[in-house]
Design a protein around this ligand. Structure first.
Ligand SMILES: C[S@@+](CC[C@H](N)C(=O)[O-])C[C@H]1O[C@@H](n2cnc3c(N)ncnc32)[C@H](O)[C@@H]1O
Length: 228
């Protein structure tokens, strides 16, 4: 596993096993904030201004999306519970190398990031006054959600690397985990993925993408009152 700096200056990890990076090379942190925090968590929070929010992620990885969600929870003063499925976290040395190159703007997140990573390595949930974040160790193919989520972050490696995780069959448990007003968001907006989500009976839209991508994808249950 090798650390790579992306175009916004933020780091990602490049996996030899998967022959790809954990985040967008056009800007790892920029994309994470745009797709998962702004278009997913923040947008969904506007549908239900009072309630606590539950997030489910496919691919917890470095924990970047979890960390940004916790940061959002504290800024918005909204309780957030995060669960991220992953077969395996990046090994400790790779994670340390990735985190040591974090942007200047994330320096204050250092104690949180380390506490979260340590808790996850010990198989524990990590708690802050506004959030709880847990890593669920598991295989996507056999995993079925025992809970409902207000926001699903779908962050598998791309369809080129993992075509089996982008079929209607693979996506269905994640979409079915949504609450009635929940949002499913992903960076991947290919025609095949769009059609797969639509075939499951969900309303799906293309939104402007982060730098380097024209579009991203967001889906929700049909008939929800919220108009994005
Ligand atoms: C694109 S990375 C996720 C990046 C992560 N969201 C982050 O912020 O660092 C994809 C993740 O999916 C995990 N993964 C790949 N295939 C999987 C599978 N079949 N079951 C569970 N996890 C899997 C990998 O271990 C990797 O951490």
């Amino acid at each position: 596993m090798e650390r790579v700096l992306t175009r916004d200056g933020s780091p990602t990890l490049r996996s030899d096993v998967w022959d790809c990076a954990y985040h967008s090379l056009h800007g790892a942190w920029t994309e994470a904030k745009h797709v998962y925090i702004q278009s997913g968590l923040h947008a969904q929070s506007l549908c239900q201004p009072q309630n606590p929010l539950t997030i489910l992620e496919m691919g917890a990885g470095t924990g970047l999306n979890a960390l940004l969600a916790v940061k959002w929870a504290h800024a918005a003063e909204r309780p957030v519970t995060y669960y991220g499925l992953d077969a395996a976290l990046p090994e400790a040395s790779a994670w340390e190398s990735w985190w040591s190159a974090r942007p200047e703007s994330a320096k204050d997140l250092d104690p949180w990031a380390r506490a979260m990573r340590n808790a996850w390595e010990e198989g524990k949930a990590w708690q802050t006054p506004w959030s709880t974040a847990s890593w669920i160790q598991g295989e996507a193919a056999s995993w079925r959600s025992p809970l409902r989520a207000d926001v699903v972050f779908y962050d598998a490696f791309s369809p080129r690397q993992q075509p089996e995780l982008w079929t209607a069959e693979a996506l269905e448990p994640w979409l079915e985990a949504l609450t009635p007003e929940g949002f499913f968001v992903t960076y991947c907006a290919t025609g095949e993925v769009f059609r797969a989500v639509k075939s499951l009976g969900f309303a799906v839209e293309h939104l402007p993408g982060p730098p380097g991508k024209r579009e991203m994808l967001r889906a929700h249950r049909k008939g929800t009152t919220f108009t994005p």
